[in-house]
Design a protein around this ligand. Structure first.
Ligand SMILES: Cc1cc2nc3c(=O)[nH]c(=O)nc-3n(C[C@H](O)[C@H](O)[C@H](O)COP(=O)(O)OP(=O)(O)OC[C@H]3O[C@@H](n4cnc5c(N)ncnc54)[C@H](O)[C@@H]3O)c2cc1C
Length: 420
């Protein structure tokens, strides 16, 4: 297995770097700006405008939708090219990416399931950042088991009337459009009675309530629908085929998460960890002279390195035209556990300062923010337990989970909280 860039990949990387350095300053790996701010509040109006302007520049240069087909304005590139772009972009001081749901989920889903009119209406505005998107899938009683969703859509003339509640909707507070899965027929088994829509987030009857996170930010929301009207023209694919459409979205989400995986840990994190042990003291000595700390450093180095190599192995498979398989689950599971463990250790080395989360904290609170944010990362895109189920069933060949509601009409599935 060759983990080095192929000559063609070297060429792409150089092209990407030239494009990025024409617009942004490269981050200094030794500077202590630290916190990745992946979970903090970042979406202020100025940042959104700056992010949109950058997205338009990327679109004009063909780098906005790297994997989008050329027919839809994309670059027609491979997932690996998209990963190379993301890896290099992370090294520059670019605004945060708030377009993942539009570019990574809604766009690819519309490309497969949308009508010509729908593709022409939505795709160019996604690529150019004219419209931002959110994903209205999860509900209070439907997350890991998404097919248990209850938000109802009832046909009335040329419109559908939507009632129900979504939750954990990232970016709903600034999104223009949402991809929405609803239940249109509760009398058939749960996977069969769903229909997929796109919804204008400014529609009357939509109420968005931010959820305050432990990191202090409020990136996601509860979204309530009360008699919201959606024209039938906004239905994606056939009535009752929503699960198949949702699977296209989820497959793309999996690829986005798989592709972005390598960016969280890696050499930057190790460098910060080592600097932390140089600058913090135990018994009058730099912490890294302490035998226990040295043992932990070796442990984290080995873990991070093995994850990097596993990430490279996945990249190598992608390079051969594959898509992330169950091995992506091992990577996501291990990375989440490792990062939370590492963050806890780094907070303990800082002594009483370990609880500080302001600009007096080491690396602007990088490890504190990581510690508080990792539980979210270990849930989003498939929780640890769900990853373990995938590994058990698809890699270890263990018996599948019992699915007691299989084949039963949705409205006959016993539940303590039925509202449908
Ligand atoms: C940062 C973040 C951003 C998100 N953004 C969005 C978004 O934009 N749009 C959106 O629609 N959703 C979003 N989500 C929601 C996310 O998809 C769900 O949180 C996730 O699917 C888990 O669902 P749940 O929270 O309902 O937990 P549940 O599914 O209720 O799980 C509760 C617990 O039970 C465990 N569990 C569940 N099923 C099984 C099983 N079969 N076997 C073993 N254990 C099980 C879980 O691991 C968990 O510990 C986001 C979540 C986070 C954390």
């Amino acid at each position: 297995m060759d983990f080095n860039d192929s000559p063609q990949e070297v060429e792409i990387r150089e092209e990407v770097r030239a494009f990025l350095s024409a617009h942004w300053q490269e981050r200094d790996p030794n500077d202590e700006e630290g916190a990745m701010s992946i979970f903090s509040e970042r979406e202020n109006p100025e940042m959104i405008q700056e992010a949109k302007a950058w997205q338009r520049t990327k679109a004009q240069s063909g780098w906005a939708g790297v994997t989008w087909p050329k027919a839809f304005g994309g670059r027609g590139g491979s997932l690996l090219e998209a990963i190379i772009f993301s890896q290099e972009e992370a090294k520059f001081k670019t605004p945060p990416d708030i377009f993942m749901i539009g570019i990574g989920l809604a766009g690819p889903t519309l490309q497969v399931h949308g009508t010509t009119a729908q593709k022409e209406r939505y795709l160019p505005k996604i690529l150019n950042a004219d419209e931002l998107w959110c994903q209205l899938f999860s509900e209070p009683a439907a997350g890991s088991d998404l097919a248990g969703l209850r938000t109802a859509a009832v046909k009335e003339g040329d419109d559908w009337i939507i009632n129900g509640q979504k939750v954990w909707t990232s970016g709903a507070h600034y999104a223009d459009w949402g991809i929405l899965v609803t239940r249109t027929d509760p009398t058939v088994p749960k996977h069969k009675g769903m229909t997929y829509f796109v919804v204008d987030m400014k529609s009357p009857g939509i109420e968005i309530r931010p959820i305050k996170q432990i990191t202090g930010g409020a990136n996601f929301n509860e979204v309530f629908f009360t008699d919201v009207r959606i024209p039938d023209a906004n239905r994606i694919d056939q009535v009752g085929n929503g699960w198949a459409v949702a699977l296209t979205t989820l497959m793309n989400e999996r690829m986005s998460i798989g592709g972005g995986m390598g960016m969280m840990g890696g050499p930057g994190m190790l460098k910060n960890l080592i600097r932390l042990t140089e600058k913090n003291y135990i018994n009058g000595q730099p912490a890294q002279n302490d035998p226990y700390v040295r043992q932990k450093l070796a442990h984290f180095y080995a873990q991070i390195r093995s994850l990097e190599l596993s990430g490279n192995r996945m990249m190598s498979q992608l390079n051969k035209g594959g898509v992330p398989g169950p091995e992506a689950s091992t990577l996501k599971l291990s990375l989440g556990i490792l990062m939370q463990d590492l963050a806890a250790f780094c907070m303990s080395i800082q002594g009483p300062m370990g609880i500080s989360l302001d600009d007096t904290a080491f690396s602007n609170g990088l490890f504190q923010e990581l510690y508080l944010g990792m539980p979210a990362a270990r849930i989003a895109g498939g929780s640890d337990e769900v990853q373990r189920n995938i590994i058990g069933e698809r890699m270890l060949g263990l018996p599948p989970e019992q699915r007691v509601d299989k084949g039963i009409p949705f409205n006959e599935i016993p539940t303590s909280a039925r509202v449908a």
